[in-house]
Design a protein. Sequence first.
Length: 602
Amino acid sequence: MLIVNPSSKIFTFLTQQSRQSRAFWLGLSLVLATVYGLLAVRQAFESAYVVQDDARQHIFWMQRYLDPELFPGDLIADYFQSAAPLGYSGLYRLMAALGVEPAFFSKILPPFLGIITAGYGFFLCLEIFPVPVSGFISSAVLSQTLWASDELSSATPRAFLYPLLIAFLYYLLRRSLLACLVLIGLQVLLYPQAALVSLGLVAIRLVHWQDGKFSFSQNRQDYLLLIVGFCMVLCLALYTRGLSEFGAIVTRAEAESMPEFQEKGRNAFFLPGIRYWLDGYPGRSGILHRRTALPITVLAGLFLPPLLWLRPKSPIRQQVKAGIHMLTQLLLISFILYGLAHLLLFQLHLPSRYTSHTIRVVLVLAAGLAWTLILENTFRACQSWKRSVFLGRRRGVIRSVFLTFSQTVPLTLTAALFISLFFYYPLFLNDFPKAVYYDFSEAQPIYEFFAAQPKDTLIASLSDEASNLPTFSGRSVLVSREHSLAYHKAYYRQFRQRTEDLINAQYSDDPAVLLDFIETYQVDFWLLDRYAFQDAYVAENSWLQQFQPMADDAVSNLRQGATPVLQQSIETCTALPTEDWLILEAECIGAFAAARPSTIAK
């Protein structure tokens, strides 16, 4: 009696390599990436005052493309504009020329990057393992992995890393010289660290282990790709060296002595113990990064090596191509660059940037293969159980139970796998996609007030809200926590001096100190948190505690009962009171301070 096992038909459907199968699984991959992207877009447009976390650094100054009069002589805007990669700023400039606001473009760009990444992830997997369902799994897990963090949603230079790197890996395996050169050029222009990874991978692939000894590639295109790519990176390095007035980067010795780079600092880097090398948070010095979110489904990639060794002669296993060695090569060059980034600290940006992203890519690709091999092993095991039922002496109920078990287990496992891939994050995680969009609608009156002021308005504030004012009001701030980056000395020297002077002025009981500050920096308004004059406001603020001894002096004065002159001026000089903030006119504050005797002579 011939009994058709439905599980064998399903396995055949999953592993077939026809054009129709490839189109089906590719389409499903892109649909999934589109759904995740749309979920993120929904978050981005929940209100008019929603902004992605890092966009407050990298996007706000681009309002200059629409109105060149904004942020005149603004140190912060000039710095972040100078630090932006040429291709990145050029893309936003082009969109602004077409009438698309930078803030709006930054919210609609990520889904497109996610779809492109998912598509290339699918085809890259097929270059390693030409089974379409494996490509779908890799692409789906890749989409989940990316949208589980804010890499894509940031719309900052690092958002371009994954599409550019994965596309490069795909064309590298296909040995498409022109496409590889184009992608290296785009990496140089959009995210230069990715270009270093790509060039390192090209270099390491020049060396082969064959017949018990090392040999070098005989293909001239390999050397041409390396030389031309290296020239691209060199040209960019020479160009940017002379371009930026903030080019001097802090050294290791200087950083080690700065509170900004210690565990509780704004740019925390030197963490204690093993955290320095593994680094779950904040993720600058270690192998991983705080944004290296990994879904459960991607962890199957860890089991790929034993799965490959388990059945080396199985039909599915034999379809694995030599391109799989690229995964090991990619990890190797990433750790080499990670070591160089530590040796040349901050010259190659942050060490974690070279490992955290590539680890994700390798695990995602490995997961696609691993899940397929797991399915194969499961189906084969069930087929063996089925044969034992028919060839053995089992009869009656026992035989029926074994037969049903051999047919239903593969179906159940397959269904569970695909349900987890489709619905794992949307159904079980409240913060998926984790786009890190913040809604600051409660501060709308402040934004509207400052947006109505002249374009050259300068605002002094120690409030966290100062980080949002350039984005939502288009007006300059003297300092803010979000823009307090200490990597470039020429920038941070001025920034730190401003912050120290601002702390002194805000908490001084000497009118001369406050008046001198206003005249020196020509500020127009002062933004205060309602509880700004409580000692805990300074004592428990990790950012303000970096600025010593000013912060401790302020806490001491408040605890001794001193009333700062600025606090005394609130009743007279408040231009806009809200439930959480106060906006004071600097001209009024100056007049108020000038009318009071200085305590310097006392």
